[in-house]
Ligand binder design. Structure first.
Ligand code: GSH
Length: 229
């Protein structure tokens, strides 16, 4: 049995972390049994969440875990894809996880109204006295967004970058039920996670409004929820 360590959900979404939602969606799509337990970042092998326990060993990073499970358990979620489709899926996933992630992180932590909504949900996932450190945690998020680069831009520029990512992914999805066609693939788990992260967050923003206007992304999120949740 796989034990998935992740923070709890909020606002009706399965976890506060998109990487955790991605991995949980993948496990459901692939039919792999798992249990969810709380995450303790001090025990995470890569210092990040999610991490899993497989046969007593800890492993970190959603993508490395997904690839390990695919190899070691002979999962075939992507077996039907052509090399071109895999390449497209890879690029979409990297756009979401290495680009849009930082925009949506900024969108949750930096505008005051967003932080007010995030604070109680995030604090609920922290052990005891660490809950009191939310302002410090916010400071370190600000610092890491600055060193990553996103935090150096003006708010409208940041929103514009995220909107461009959403538009590009929406264009690739088109009117197909899943990112790369009629059948789901592991890349849908990643797409679903970012749709959840943006659409479930309770505070309106240019990013969320734009996502709400992209009917195919909204329908994709609903399709994944209906089939696997
Ligand atoms: N590439 C990693 C990214 C994981 C990640 O960035 N997780 C965030 C939460 S969404 C985290 O643990 N942040 C804590 C930190 O950076 O200290 C994956 O796919 O698992």
């Amino acid at each position: 049995m796989i034990v998935l360590h992740q923070p709890p959900g909020a606002w009706g979404t399965p976890s506060l972390s998109p990487f955790c939602v991605k991995l949980e969606a993948f496990l459901r799509m692939a039919g792999v049994p798992y249990q969810v337990r709380p995450a303790d970042i001090r025990k995470a092998p890569k210092g990040k969440i999610p991490y899993v326990e497989i046969d007593g060993a800890l492993m970190g990073d959603s993508q490395l875990i997904l690839e390990h499970l695919t190899r070691s358990r002979g999962l075939d979620l992507d077996a039907h894809l052509t090399a071109h489709e895999r390449a497209l899926g890879h690029l979409v996933r990297r756009t979401l996880e290495e680009g849009l992630y930082f925009v949506s992180m900024w969108n949750r932590w930096i505008p005051e109204e967003s932080f007010t909504a995030l604070r109680p949900a995030f604090a609920a996932a922290l052990p005891g006295p660490i809950k009191l450190l939310m302002p410090l945690i916010r400071g370190s998020v600000k610092k890491s967004l600055k060193s990553q680069g996103t935090g150096r831009h003006a708010p409208a520029e940041i929103m514009g970058m995220g909107i461009a990512d959403l538009d590009a992914v929406s264009e690739i999805l088109g009117d197909r039920p899943f990112l790369l066609g009629d059948r789901p693939s592991s890349f849908d788990a990643s797409l679903f996670a970012f749709e959840e992260g943006i659409l479930a967050f309770p505070v309106s923003s240019a990013l969320k409004k734009h996502a709400e206007g992209l009917g195919n992304l909204v329908a994709h999120r609903a399709r994944v929820r209906e089939r696997w949740w």
